[in-house]
Design a protein around this ligand. Structure first.
Ligand code: NAD
Length: 365
């Protein structure tokens, strides 16, 4: 039986190899007159060159780093005010897209950006137009209203409808240069989104369809994309699947693996995807039930045990950290406490208290 649900997906999506070349036309279609382009260093030279061909790009902020700092969003918002921009284009992994989202929401206001971050002051409303252009196949940030920003050592996930991109240009040719390790990390992040959206306590039928599709496509393509980054077919399938996985979790939200990823990133410095993957196969076993068996069969697997084994295999293949001893000296009491109290743990279908988490982590010794 299908129960009540609320599903929202307002992002216009342009998908396909070479679509990014239409950026100027798409900005025109969105009625944008001037924009700031935000990216990381890997794309900054190309972004500056694009200013010649697309006069609508009035400024570039090309300094976004992994675990993006709020100061980058502040600088982007300042640039947007300076040039009178009506849009922000984020080109990159989740770090660049999340910076673009935060800057677009903050730019129309005059409060200190830290006050928006802490929630002391509400965003002004009416954000600038957000155009998200992913260059990694992982976060699905191009279709979510989430922005993950760090301020000093603190990393916050902020969920706000103002962050929902207006448009996404999803062009797999932009992912051809992603190095193998990042390919594996981000691919497993996408797999975690699909699985966690599916087993979330807030799961819902439309998102379930996206989750099943994303799991099927990721398991069929991630290893090939990792082995041969120049394989456009595998890259296309992975970028499609990471976007679909974004649609799978944006309404139900994520659960146990993501709750654990925050302490693992903050205290043990694992990149986001690797941090999610660290416990993903454990949670497959913990959360195994009839629904998950159904997903596995639809995704071409024999069942949940094969799913857990495939995740472990991909982690080993990619050289990701898998054991507690891989993390260095671990404060297990603190790790279990911080995972247990993370808000996303409430979304896990099986209740996980500190004792249950200790048992899970001890099995990874
Ligand atoms: P990232 O954006 O941090 O990029 C990782 C590295 O890859 C960077 O050094 C970047 O410069 C480089 N890179 C990106 N694209 C490249 C390319 N095409 N070629 C070569 N190098 C490239 O990594 P990510 O995994 O995409 O994003 C992680 C961030 O997104 C984290 O902060 C995470 O918390 C956040 N996140 C956000 C959402 C959301 O819905 N907003 C969801 C999941 C994760």
């Amino acid at each position: 039986m299908v129960n009540e649900f609320f599903y929202k997906q307002p992002v216009k999506i342009w998908f396909g190899a070479g679509k990014f070349r239409q950026l100027g036309e798409i900005l025109g279609e969105l009625e944008c007159k001037k924009c700031v382009l935000v990216c990381g260093r890997h794309f900054a030279p190309e972004a500056r060159a694009m200013m010649q061909d697309i006069p609508c790009i009035a400024a570039v902020f090309g300094e976004v780093e992994q675990n993006p700092q709020l100061s980058g969003a502040a600088e982007t918002a300042r640039l947007a005010r300076e040039v009178g921009a009506d849009a922000i284009v984020g080109v990159g992994g989740g770090s660049s897209i999340d910076t673009a989202k935060f800057a677009a929401a903050a730019a129309p206001g005059d409060a200190d950006i830290v006050d928006y971050y802490t929630g002391k002051v509400p965003f002004p409303g009416s954000p600038l137009t957000i155009v998200a252009v992913p260059t990694t196949a992982g976060t699905g940030s191009e279709v979510t209203q989430v922005s993950v920003m760090s301020h000093g050592k603190e990393k916050r996930t902020i969920n706000n409808p103002l962050f929902m991109p207006t448009a996404a240009i999803v062009d797999p040719t932009l992912t051809l240069t992603v190095p193998p390790r990042t390919t594996m990390n981000t691919g497993l992040d996408a797999l975690a989104h699909a699985l966690e959206g599916y087993w979330s306590r807030n799961h819902q039928p439309l998102a379930d369809l996206f989750a099943i599709e994303a799991v099927r496509v990721i398991l069929a393509n991630l290893e090939t994309a990792w082995r041969d980054g120049s394989n456009l077919e595998a890259r296309t399938n992975m970028l499609y699947a990471s976007m679909v996985a974004g649609l799978a979790f944006s309404n139900p939200r994520t659960a146990g693996s993501h709750a654990c990823s925050y302490p693992l990133s903050e205290d043990y410095h694992l990149p986001h995807g690797e941090a999610c993957a660290f416990t993903l196969d454990s949670f497959v076993r913990i959360n195994a039930d009839e629904r998950l068996e159904y997903l596995c069969r639809r995704a071409g697997l024999s069942g949940t045990e094969e799913l857990a084994q495939r995740i472990a295999y991909l982690k080993e293949l990619g050289g990701l950290r898998r054991k507690l001893s891989d993390l260095g000296e671990v404060d297990l009491d603190k790790l279990c406490h911080d995972c247990a109290v993370h808000v996303l743990m409430n979304n896990n279908p099986v209740k996980m208290d500190e004792a249950a988490l200790r048992e899970m982590f001890e099995a990874l010794k």
